[in-house]
Design a protein around this ligand. Structure first.
Ligand code: ATP
Ligand code: MG
Length: 310
């Protein structure tokens, strides 16, 4: 059996009547949080509550949460910021698995690895086992890319079975699931190959979408001209007159950083090259509506630098 201390068994759910106070008053905001990579996460509203506080409350009630949204909108950032590691505050972070079409049950639970020198095999716990062992949330990023049959490894735990069994390692006793464990799923449902089974969807108590908050982006220094262009694209998408790519927070932050270091023209051209080819013409036209972006052209390497002859 593993040496690490086991979490307490999950406490029984309270049967007390729920408060009728407005949601915003029922859950105390957590406030901005520094993520492991040093970036500051600015909390956002979710159904009248603070997103960070909501995720912590969902964890406290073992209510699994599924977040959907386009790449770069802030799914991973929100999960990480909600459960930052801070030993002094008694917070223990979260475990993450990033799904692909090839993710296996062993990627969740763990596997035996051979020591190249001694030749002996040692058990290496996977993120699911570590999350239960350390009683922290499990973030299953890109969950919609994982084969539905593999995801059944989560079903019993998500249904409230209080123990994790590791069939591949019979030497391990079942591990008790503690009150700090729950699942956060994150995915972009529009990516090719994405699929979430009804059985999995129904096991997530809460589902919500994340798209970029452009007011926050402006506060973070993203140029207003870019924000105006993107918001117009979003309006057109809503009216079904545009179906193409729309930059999100990650792209906008990269744009402002490039503009700061290399100038606006470089940032615009780089963004245009990043845009999927099929949507580039539409995005180019939209960008050119701003005088500062009038010369937009997808970034490409040019001629030899003058004076570099040897
Ligand atoms: N509320 C926020 N406060 C501060 N930064 C944010 C916020 N939301 C998103 N960001 C920033 O936006 C960028 C993209 O966020 P993130 O990586 O979480 O996106 P994602 O939705 O997980 O993307 P993907 O689907 O590609 O994994 C990051 O640099 C992140 O720090
Ligand atoms: Mg992510």
């Amino acid at each position: 059996m593993q040496e690490a201390s086991r979490p307490q068994a999950r406490p029984a759910r309270s049967t007390k009547p729920r408060s009728t106070a407005p949601a915003a008053l029922r859950i105390t905001p957590v406030g901005p949080q520094v993520r492991p990579n040093g970036q500051l996460y600015q909390p956002r509203l979710l159904g009248g509550m603070e997103d960070l506080a909501f995720l912590r409350d969902a964890r406290d009630h073992t209510e699994h949460v599924l977040m959907t949204g386009p790449p770069g909108s802030g799914k991973t950032a929100l999960a990480e910021a909600s459960f930052v590691m801070d030993a002094r505050a008694g917070q223990r972070g979260l475990e993450t698995i990033v799904g692909t079409a090839d993710t296996t049950e062993a990627d969740f639970l763990g596997t035996f690895v051979q020591d190249p020198i001694t030749g002996t095999f040692e058990w290496l716990p996977g993120p699911l086992m570590r999350s239960v062992l350390h009683d922290v949330p499990l973030l299953v990023d890109e969950i919609a890319l994982i084969d539905s049959r593999v995801l059944t490894v989560l079903y019993a735990l998500m249904d409230g079975r209080g123990e994790l069994h590791i069939p591949m390692n019979p030497a391990l006793d079942p591990i008790k699931v503690g009150p700090g464990w729950f699942v956060i799923g994150a995915c972009n449902p529009d990516v090719p190959g994405a699929h979430l089974s009804d059985a999995l969807l129904s096991r997530f108590h809460h589902h919500f979408e994340i798209t970029t908050d452009w007011d926050l982006a402006a506060d973070m220094g993203v140029p207003m001209d870019l924000i105006t262009v993107v918001k117009n694209l979003e309006t057109r998408k809503g009216q079904q007159t545009y179906e193409g790519w729309i930059p999100q927070m990650r792209d906008a932050l990269a744009f402002s950083e490039a503009a700061r270091r290399y100038g606006t023209a470089f940032a615009v051209n780089s963004l245009l090259r990043k845009c999927p080819a099929a949507d580039r013409e539409d995005l180019g036209t939209a960008l050119k509506s701003k005088s500062d972006f009038a010369d937009a052209a997808p970034l490409a390497l040019g001629a030899r630098v003058a004076g570099s002859h040897r």
